[in-house]
Design a protein around this ligand. Sequence first.
Ligand SMILES: *Cc1c(COP(=O)(O)O)cnc(C)c1O
Length: 408
Amino acid sequence: MNDFRPEQDLCEVRREFGEHGGVTPSISRSSTFTVMDPETMPEIFGGVRGPEEGGCFLYSRHFNPTVDILARYLSAMEGTEFAVCTASGMSAISCALLQICRSGDHIVSSDTIYGGTHALLNELFAQLGITTTFVDPRDPDNFKKAITPQTRVLFTETMGNPTLKFADIRALSKLAKANHLQLVVDNTFTPMMISPARLGADVVVYSLTKFINGASDLVAGAICATKAMIHQLMDLHTGRVMLFGPTMDPRMAYDIIQRLPHLAIRMREHSRRALAIGRRLDELGVPVTYPGLPAFRQHALATALINKGFGYGGMLTIDCGTRKRADDLLDELQNKEDFGYIAVSLGYFDTLMSCSGSTTSSEISEADQHKMGLSPGLVRMSIGYTGTLEMRIEQIERAVRRVGLVSN
Ligand SMILES: *Cc1c(COP(=O)(O)O)cnc(C)c1O
């Protein structure tokens, strides 16, 4: 376990007061900003003179004061020099990868990734001449073997969606450095709990839509990296964030800023409850996968990656074997027990659950799903923290008994 204290680092960012001394920041909704001295315009446009260098904000696709506050908080949490916020997790991933890769380049990616990212790499990037080799992320050697002279990027999720396979970020970082590659990590499932940049990742991408915002009421993303990389992404003439334009609205930034202070508390509670539920299911002989259980194949690696005190996260899976039994379990849990909601996405205060193979991983072919160990009956749960834990355990216990998943 690591001693990193992302909460502490978050508090070290200078507090931004609102315009009238409010304890909350102001929402700056201007799309454009007044240049007081016309002589500074060329420097501002050249990106040489930003708001910190005596210039000013220029245009809100480039820089917006409220969105900038969120970026500073996120980079502090992550331990990177800088960050840029985007309109979604997908735009963060596509802009980051397209900033590094050109046509002819090659990516080695984990095969256990979000369906949208898989489609981006496998279909769209392939059409652009950027090819990807997918490997099992559990062994860094698999990445090593797939590297070619054209490789530019190693891509992985810290804890893969939905099979909860972990990637050894430290080992991948060493491999990337030895081969002059960029290690890009999607840390959407494990914010605060794991700090990939502190373990050696070059670029950390997020869907803020999930745990970080935590309220399932908006879609947003972010890229955390070095100052040089973020400047490249925001370059007025060549930056991918500038040119594709997935801009975050300042109102969204405000909402997320207001929820970051309790992210640590939420992550701990998601973890505490998921562990208790996982343990109970395990005792009952239900085929449950949770990284905090000693029987979890990569329990030792997970333990070595996490920051002290955050537990093993809010994600848990149950393998129901068949799609039919998965649907029966979901129906019981939502419609008879009120345990949670059948919905894609994760990181909400209520439990969200879905059958991954036919939903969030449906972009991945049946053969590829089989290869990555994704059973058609796999139910993915993002464990929430409403109600009492005792009541939740009773509800899920009754449901798994009724659908015949209990063997002990
Ligand atoms: C949801 C998700 C994404 C995509 O994020 P959006 O905000 O929906 O664009 C990417 N990676 C992971 C791991 C996700 O769970």
